[in-house]
Design a protein around this ligand. Structure first.
Ligand code: ARG
Ligand code: ZN
Length: 452
């Protein structure tokens, strides 16, 4: 009898498991990132931040839709203490297992149910070592007066619970409260600033779908420089007051870049843009956080400004469906650097830029940019050989067809995700060329082919 009972319990557990949302989305490099069984529409992340203590008090309200029957489902969250979870305003049971927050609502959800999750949490956000970014801790970075979140690819889960994979984009409200005199910059539009006496609440809103790795908040004594481009696009740049004039000059060409790339790739994909500069000790790199690219001080230069801007089309509007396709981000953005050089220095400048990339690829013996392996997610190949894929394609197709391909690829996958195979299919369809040999050599080939 005892054995029968145990077997029956196992069968029962098995049936419950069959109705659990999966703990990952099948990403070949990050099997635990993202979760199955639901689709998030909107995140409202409210954080009260004690900047000196480096602690947060948070509420994440998540509006989602079940894509299957759900007895339980997961969010991704790293560190922090979860105080309570509500599903449809009812207290839900929850458990933690590494970076999985496992939630069991009192009533199972039916397929297609719209539901809300409210997670109350707090603690000190801990940066993490992501195997794809071996050169930099990510998540929550700070010095004694500035906090910057750096989320690509996995880091957003150190400051809020989410479906942490680009396959599930959503819109966002980031409502962040900080002590005076700190300022909060974040993705999207600043809708409201509320003076609470000793603290200020900044209410940032993103209306276009955004991947979790592109979400960001930046806290410091920043000043804002606001302008509007000729076509009406609002620009807001955030600089530390002491260096504001210097950075203002460095970023003066940003508007011209937007006009130029809009002509090549199609209209700028979002309704606002800008850049923020932080000290190198907070972040010694640059990142294309959606609508507000961030630059460590020593990353401020025209090539990198162009690079992060081009990511708004390729990376942010069209995101990788799998992290192994990261060249669709970095190859395109690096190629954008060459395009900006072409605009400022002409064809000779462009050819020289490409020659430098090609020489480097050959000398360093860079492996194929497709599927680089997780430790080379941001290695040189996806940037350098990734850019050369586009150079080779342009040489094969000619300018008119090549830029038609880029525009069609962007149009088709805007606000969504794509694989390398999607890009190749668009290139072949638009150009009516068989491009198998070209992509075999430049994208998948171990050897760097000679320049066309
Ligand atoms: N996407 C960034 C770039 O524009 C990658 C920088 C590496 N850092 C990171 N946290 N992923 O090159
Ligand atoms: Zn990049």
């Amino acid at each position: 009898m005892r054995y029968v009972l145990i077997i029956m319990m196992m069968v029962g557990a098995g049936m419950a498991l069959a109705q659990s949302g999966s703990d990952g989305l099948g990403d070949s490099y990050y099997p635990q990132l993202g979760n199955g069984g639901y689709d998030v529409q909107h995140y409202t992340i409210e954080l009260e931040i004690d900047v000196d203590a480096n602690t947060i008090d948070g509420t994440a309200m998540i509006e989602a839709k079940a894509t299957q029957t759900l007895e339980s489902f997961n969010l991704d969250l790293s560190g922090l203490t979860v105080e309570s979870v509500l599903v449809n305003d009812e207290e839900a049971a929850f458990d933690r297992d590494d970076t999985e927050l496992i939630i069991t609502p009192t009533t199972p959800l039916e397929q297609d149910d719209a539901f809300t999750i409210i997670v109350a949490y707090s603690g000190e956000p801990e940066p993490i070592n992501d195997p794809g970014v071996p050169f930099l801790p990510i998540g929550w970075l700070r010095n004694d007066s500035i906090i910057a979140t750096v989320s690509e690819p996995s880091g957003s889960m150190v400051w809020y619970p989410s479906n942490n994979h680009p396959l599930d984009k959503a819109t966002y409200t980031l409502r962040i409260t900080v002590p005076e005199p700190y300022v909060v910059a974040a993705n999207g539009f600043l809708m409201e600033t509320t003076d609470n006496g000793d603290t200020t609440t900044y209410d940032w809103q993103t209306d276009d779908p955004m991947a979790s790795y592109l979400t960001a908040i930046y806290i410091g004594e920043f000043v804002v420089e606001e302008t509007t481009l000729d076509d009406g696009l609002p620009i807001r740049n955030y600089f530390l007051a002491d260096d504001a004039e210097r950075w203002s000059e460095e970023f003066a060409s940003q508007g011209e870049m937007i006009a130029y790339f809009s002509e090549l790739f199609g209209a700028y994909p979002f309704d606002v843009y800008g850049s923020i500069v932080v000290p190198d000790d907070v972040m010694p790199a640059a990142l294309e956080t959606q609508t507000l690219s961030v630059f460590g001080e020593s990353s401020v230069n025209p090539a990198t400004i162009a690079h992060e801007l081009v990511h708004q089309w390729f990376g942010n509007s069209v995101s990788p469906a799998a992290w192994e396709d990261i060249w669709l981000n970095e190859g395109f953005a690096t190629y954008g650097e060459a395009l900006w050089v072409e605009n400022t220095d002409g064809t000779d400048g462009y050819n020289e830029y490409i020659a430098v990339l090609h020489d480097f690829a050959g000398e360093a013996g860079l492996a194929a940019p497709a599927d680089p392996g997780i430790s080379e997610l941001f290695g040189a190949s996806v940037y350098v050989r990734g850019a050369l894929v586009l150079h080779a394609l342009r040489a094969e197709l000619g300018d008119d067809v090549f830029f038609d391909v880029l525009r069609e690829y962007h149009t088709r996958f805007a606000n969504s995700v794509a694989r390398s195979s999607d890009f190749i299919a668009v290139a072949e369809e638009v150009s009516r060329h068989d491009l198998v040999a070209l992509f075999d050599a430049w994208l998948y080939g171990a050897e760097v082919p000679p320049l066309p």
